[in-house]
Design a protein. Structure first.
Length: 144
């Protein structure tokens, strides 16, 4: 499968409950590391690590304000990135090298002999083709 590095990085960045909470808090308003640490009951160094991961994928931006750094969710970048990576073209490209006919081949192999003759009629075909294993109401059940 063709891997989209941007998509993988985005999911990895969001694959942590603390980072999801940080994104949720920053969606409401900007915060400093210390404020986020207090709200999440985490060490400031841990929050800084999470913010760095979110910044790497463009979800969070930082600005200096007096003696601390204020972080905010870059909503525009989030919307543009998700729109781009979840477009039909990008998602289809990720599955471009998957053989969609392999399932049909497996089904055929299950119901055919090596010489190509049919072993058995698949159950869902029996009921739809009228080849039911139950006797019809016109046929006697005991073969009389």
């Amino acid at each position: 499968m063709t891997e989209n590095p941007e998509l993988v990085a985005m999911f990895k960045a969001l694959a942590d409950s603390s980072r999801l909470k940080i994104v949720g808090l920053l969606a409401q308003q900007p915060y400093s590391v210390e404020q986020l640490a207090a709200l999440l009951n985490l060490k400031p160094s841990t929050v800084s690590h999470h913010l760095a991961r979110l910044s790497e994928v463009g979800l969070v931006s930082a600005r200096a304000e007096s003696y601390c750094t204020i972080y905010s969710l870059d909503k525009t970048a989030l919307e543009e990135t998700t729109r781009r990576i979840f477009s039909r073209e990008e998602m289809s490209e990720g599955a471009a090298d998957i053989d969609l006919d392999v399932g049909d081949c497996n089904v055929l192999a299950d119901f055919t002999r090596p010489d190509g003759n049919l072993k058995t009629i698949p159950a869902h075909w029996r009921s739809s083709c009228g080849a039911s294993s139950k006797p019809s109401s016109r046929e006697p059940a005991n073969g009389d």
